[in-house]
Ligand binder design. Structure first.
Ligand SMILES: [Cu+2]
Length: 152
């Protein structure tokens, strides 16, 4: 049976791990660019199809928590999701086990950490379904989102 001292150590270790998960995601700017994020001045990696639109989703941290805004998104095939960092450090992850049977899910993004930084995700999803994504370090704090893709 663990002693009180062991439990205290465990708590410290867990807290340290959480700190690493939330604050230790520093990556060189070149890595971020390669992973699909770009600075405010950079050209977008994806453009919507002529029938599509760019849908902006904010990623932010404030006194109420960490969240995507809006929390539910409706899009059509050919649109582009543009995630813009307002505050905090966040990423975009379409989990395979939360999107079972969906082919060609976007790769997990790198972490956006500079205000104005963008992560672009083309809507290459089949219409008529909903898709789940999250920010990895803040998913358990409610930073999750649903993308509903509808026919054009
Ligand atoms: Cu986050």
């Amino acid at each position: 049976m663990p002693t009180r001292l062991t439990l205290t150590r465990l708590a410290f270790a867990t807290a340290a791990l959480l700190l690493v998960a939330c604050g230790g995601d520093k990556a060189p700017a070149s890595d971020i660019a390669a992973g699909g994020a770009s600075g405010p001045a950079a050209a977008p990696s994806y453009v919507p199809k002529p029938t599509g639109t760019v849908i902006t989703i904010e990623m932010t941290t404030d006194e109420t928590g960490n969240y995507f805004k809006p929390k539910e998104i409706e899009a059509k095939p050919g649109d582009v999701l543009k995630f813009v960092l307002v505050a905090g450090v966040h990423n975009v992850h379409f989990l395979a086990d939360s999107n079972l049977g969906v082919p060609d899910l976007p790769a997990v993004s790198m972490f956006a950490q500079l205000p104005g930084q963008e992560i672009l995700v083309p809507v290459n999803f089949a219409a008529g379904k909903s898709y789940y994504f999250q920010c990895d370090p803040h998913a358990l704090l409610g930073m999750v989102c649903t993308l509903k893709v509808e026919d054009e």
